[in-house]
Design a protein around this ligand. Structure first.
Ligand code: SER
Length: 320
């Protein structure tokens, strides 16, 4: 039986992915872990342990005692927070991954998932339909750590046969959990402001296009990648992954039919520079070819779903 360890389970992606893993493989197959004990109450349905991924002995202990066969290692410091704390971001993003890869090797774990990001691209990468193998010159600590991490994953696969698989996620947008410390976070926050009838101040300019994805698509892609036959996985760094592309102005406009009085102002801060260094859109033909990737949600479908479901999650009154 699969025993799946999720590291960083309390985060934006982990909160939703852990639940879907439990629904797919059974509650008893999933072990949620997080550095923050306070997130424990999200995981009443499965085993939970507090874990700092920097503590390799504690990680190895859980893997051994629980008989872990798969690891989803999601703990990281994202782009904006990383720029405020460059060395701690590097330490966690690299040190955590190396601990996971070492433990995976030592305990012959079947499969590892590790997220990379559009942040591996930089100011001199092509902006539109950025190809898988495009030139990369990331200029954030987060992006540098993701690019280095991708090569560590490939190294552990080639040298030790660790079956580690990875996706370069775009900005992830969902209504069941909140992001933290990222440059794409505005695209989650805007829904909360609209539903709460507050004015939205966007930290990116109106026409800043970024690659984005609805959470359900991101989870679907992750599970599809992890279930793909090993021989189909031709990319052992990380797959480009595309869902949709939009600007702050466009997501704002997608909300107006529901909230005609909703207002937005644009006040760019240091995150503008980060966003400007990333692609506008992504070419994910390798993912389409290797494991049949196809997203289901565009901007309007995502907005309709979030507007419908977010109020009950966060206790907002819909259409007050
Ligand atoms: N969503 C991430 C960030 O904004 C990008 O991977 O940092």
């Amino acid at each position: 039986m699969a025993k799946i360890l999720v590291i960083g389970a309390g985060g934006q992606l982990g909160t939703e992915l852990t639940k879907v893993l439990a629904e797919t493989y059974g509650n008893e197959a999933v072990i949620a872990t997080d550095f923050h004990e306070s997130v424990k109450n999200k995981f009443g349905y499965c085993t939970f342990h507090t874990l700092n991924v920097m503590d390799k002995a504690a990680l190895a202990d859980i893997v051994e005692k629980e008989g872990v066969t798969q690891v989803y290692h999601l703990a990281a410091i994202l782009s904006a927070l990383g720029e405020k704390n460059p060395v701690p971001a590097w330490d966690l993003n690299m040190g955590g991954l190396l601990n996971v890869l070492e433990v995976a090797r030592a305990f012959a774990i079947d499969k590892v998932f590790w997220p990379s990001s559009i942040a591996v691209f930089g100011p001199n990468s092509p902006k539109d339909q950025t190809p898988q193998q495009a030139f990369k010159d990331p200029n954030t600590v987060y992006g540098i750590s993701k690019l280095a991490g991708e090569h560590w994953c490939e190294y552990y696969f080639n040298k030790y046969g660790v079956d580690v698989r990875s996706l370069r996620y775009p900005g992830l947008i969902g209504y069941k959990s909140l992001p933290g410390g990222g440059t794409t976070d505005y695209a989650v926050d805007i829904y909360h402001k609209a539903l709460n009838e507050e004015k939205f101040t966007c930290f990116l300019s109106a026409d800043t296009y970024l690659p984005m994805m609805y959470m359900e698509d991101a989870i679907q892609a992750t599970i599809q990648l992890m279930n793909a036959p090993k021989e189909n996985i031709t990319i052992r760094t990380s797959y480009n992954l595309s869902g949709m592309r939009f600007s702050p102005q466009e997501i704002y406009q997608s909300l107006l039919p529901y909230f005609p009085n909703f207002t937005i102002e644009y006040v760019s801060d240091f995150r503008q520079q980060i966003a400007d260094s990333w692609p506008n859109s992504i070419d994910d033909s390798a993912a389409q070819h290797d494991w049949n990737w196809k997203p289901a949600f565009d901007l309007n479908a995502m907005t309709a779903t979030i507007v419908d479901n977010l109020p009950s999650y966060f206790n907002y009154n819909k259409h007050k």
